[in-house]
Design a protein around this ligand. Sequence first.
Ligand code: PLP
Length: 402
Amino acid sequence: MPGFEIFGEEEKKEILEVLETGVLFRYEFPNERKGVYKVRTFEEKFAAYCGVRHGQAVTSGTAALKVAMAALGIGPGDEVITQGFTFVATWEAILDIGAIAVFAEVDETLNLDPAELEKKITAKTRLIIPVHMMGAAARIEEIKVIADRHGIPVLEDTAQAAGASLHGRRLGSFGVCGTFSFDPVKTMTTGEGGMIVTNDEKLMRDMSEYHDHGHDHAVNPGGRGGEGRSFIGFNYRMMELQGAIGLAQLAKLDGIVAAQQENKKAMKALVAKLPGVSFRTILDEQGDNASFLAFFLPDKEQAQTVKKALAENGAGAISFAENTWHYYPKWEHLLAGATLARSGWPFVEPGGKKRVVYDAQVLPKSAAIMDRLLVYPVPIKLSDERLGQIAAAVDKAVAALS
Ligand SMILES: *Cc1c(COP(=O)(O)O)cnc(C)c1O
């Protein structure tokens, strides 16, 4: 990761096909566009790749979450459960739609712990969003069983796991829908962009209409201006240039994953030299998109020692426990209930009553895991020189531990 490492002639060719028509809009202009429908084709191909019937392209992975939740009818009064290790977008979308985000613990998959999920389910729970963090599966099969037993739909936040699967089935295809991001640092990228995949016809129709101001996209004599609408929507449309880049990147996705798996193996062999090291639980090694190598030291102190030695020797690893974007206790703006709305929404009701208070201490199991965690992003292109640098840094870390 990320996909821009291998931008090339394929992306250029796709983009030029769009520029030659002059049509950047995904709808209309039937004569000018000469049969070129990049976003629509990208939707079809990406959905097929995921083994799912429909794809709805949108402007970002955050928009994908929002559009999917809108179409699922989520709003004020509802609770949505997700995990305390994710990118801020997951809960931003939940709060933005008016629901309350409820955070559950992760286990050593670094994804939602099914047993802990069950403890968070209440009469108000309307949706569960497991996140397939860092390219590898959450315990989605177990999560589905629990969700089904309670009659609650599952939306998979698959933003970080394009190209990944579990037991032969693509991530994003287990729940009622799966959302993807193609932002600049994702496994495949269109600069900005996102997609929702689903087999649900009604959900697909509602997402298609909602993401485009309510346009019903029904053929009629008045063209786009004559289209009907059955509910209010918004604009989350993807443009043709993004669709074009998406097509080129999708064609490279399996190659990206294969290269990362190879590189991850080489990096893992080096990291394995650290005394006491263990690795993230990967439920299906073959299905891992291998965009990250995540490893644990026996305790926080040793993790800090290793982190320091690696950084000082030019091969720094990420500590997500200290990262402000991905880990619950570090989301100070969420914990503080900071919002631009003068009313205090979504943390405060219009009448002044608090809707929710987020306490930094509520996820002790996650904290115990995250404090011991270090992570290397896995590049698509890994030079011998870089590998040698990591090897040397690991040797220094081994020395620092003894
Ligand atoms: C990147 C990301 C998103 C948001 O995607 P954008 O395209 O950046 O809006 C959502 N969830 C997770 C887990 C992500 O990593």
